[in-house]
Design a protein around this ligand. Structure first.
Ligand SMILES: Cc1cc2nc3c(=O)[nH]c(=O)nc-3n(C[C@H](O)[C@H](O)[C@H](O)COP(=O)(O)OP(=O)(O)OC[C@H]3O[C@@H](n4cnc5c(N)ncnc54)[C@H](O)[C@@H]3O)c2cc1C
Length: 383
């Protein structure tokens, strides 16, 4: 496993996107307060996503025949890195760009590709992830939502939870049972696309600790789906969802969730100009760690660019990345608290408060730390 994470650099073609993109982002987000930017991939702005799409920066790994740019995973890395470091509000298109589009490309029918992918690339079709259920989180194979074949296609019943952006998305890709019982585990699972405007779908947002509403409960009561709702093969849902999770876990968002806080803190230290040695040593350590994590994300990216599905490598990097993201607000708070007589500017304080409240979720979303470590142990042949 270790040798499969080799050191790599961003190819010049991918790097060349950065300058124009950075200027565009700075112009668009100039008026946003740091605590708003700190939401980064939880920040929702459909207009921003559409403008980004008009410039060709959404769905850019999808083939040109479906409206994408036909570029590689490195190009997407550069775009994602710029957006996250700036704290741009990307969550409207994020899930479609990162995983739903690539999943439809890989497993969808030609008709599904033609229908969904161009709209994803135009920033017109927003997706959410329907994996977790009230009794199925880490133990995803126990999902109980069920789609049953009928003469019109599929009749869907069940319930999903923690579905990010369900109330402002057009579609959900849901993992459901199409045969057998929940005790059958990996057998009998399939992925379906649910149009969230259909009768029988009820979406209820859940407010989190920070006061934001992003994730939701979603109820399906006799939702009639067409025959064409099924993605890939019936019963192949487990294999497909595993590949989808590799897309979900392999990007730079797992190291940059606290990036705006780090930047704001550095700005504050620069403005004061009197940082003590302990603070400087801490900052050096954090920046060093971030550099190493970035290299690891790039090596996962290289595997994706070669057409691989780096499931275990992505789990390893996500685990390390979220640990870094979670430590950052604690260490910054301690460093600031070491000088109680120095006033902390309110924008920095608000950013710190937001990241502090949000950070416990960093190692839950996309698969918990314990689950990832189980996968790493399996990758090492220990389980
Ligand atoms: C901000 C946020 C956004 C989210 N967005 C989405 C979304 O868009 N779509 C979606 O489907 N889900 C989403 N989730 C849900 C997320 O994927 C789940 O919370 C996660 O998979 C854990 O499931 P759970 O909450 O049911 O916890 P549980 O599975 O009940 O786990 C509780 C604790 O027990 C531990 N545990 C469980 N099983 C084991 C085991 N076998 N060995 C050791 N430890 C174990 C876990 O690591 C965890 O610490 C989101 C969550 C968050 C926080």
């Amino acid at each position: 496993m270790i040798e499969s994470l080799s050191l790599t650099a961003i190819p010049a073609a991918a790097e060349s996107i950065r300058g124009e993109l950075r200027a565009f982002i700075q112009n668009e987000i100039a008026a946003l307060a740091p605590a708003t930017r700190a939401r980064s991939w939880m920040g929702f702005d459909a207009d921003f996503s559409r403008k980004l799409a008009q410039r060709g920066w959404v769905g850019l790994t999808l083939p040109q025949q479906y409206g994408g740019a036909g570029l590689d995973a490195f190009s997407r890395f550069v775009v994602a890195e710029e957006l996250l470091n700036a704290g741009a509000p990307v969550s409207a298109h994020w899930i479609a760009d990162r995983q739903s589009g690539p999943l439809i490309l890989k497993y969808g029918s030609e008709a599904q590709r033609r229908f969904y992918l161009p709209r994803i690339c135009r920033g017109e079709a927003f997706f959410c992830i329907g994996m977790s259920e009230p009794n199925s989180g880490s133990d995803l194979a126990s999902v109980a939502s069920r789609a049953q074949r009928n003469p019109h296609g599929w009749l869907l019943n069940g319930r999903k939870i923690w579905t990010t952006n369900a109330y402002r998305s057009h579609y959900m890709i849901a993992l459901v049972r199409t045969s057998g019982a929940s005790g059958d585990r990996h057998q009998g699972l399939s992925q379906i696309i649910v149009d969230l405007s259909l009768p029988g779908v009820t979406v209820r947002p859940i407010r989190d600790l920070t006061g934001d509403e992003h994730f939701c409960e979603v109820f399906f009561d006799d939702v009639q789906l067409g025959e064409d709702a099924l993605i890939g093969a019936e019963g192949a849902g487990w294999e497909q969802v595993t590949a989808e999770l590799a897309f979900e876990r392999s990007g730079p968002e797992r190291i940059y969730s606290s990036a705006v806080l780090l930047d704001e803190w550095i700005e504050y230290l620069r403005a004061r100009g009197d940082a003590d040695n302990a603070t400087l040593a801490l900052l050096g350590r954090l920046v060093g760690q971030l550099g190493v994590l970035r290299a690891l994300v790039l090596s996962v990216c290289e595997k994706l660019a070669r057409g691989g599905s780096p499931v275990v490598e992505a789990a390893l990097v996500k685990d390390l990345g979220t640990e870094f993201e979670q430590q950052l607000p604690v260490l910054v708070a301690d460093a600031l608290a070491a000088f109680p007589e120095r006033p902390v500017p309110p924008p920095l304080l608000k950013t710190l408060a937001y990241i502090t409240q949000m950070s416990p979720s960093f190692s839950l979303r996309g698969g918990t730390r314990e689950i990832l470590r189980g996968m790493i142990a399996r990758g090492l042949g220990l389980r």
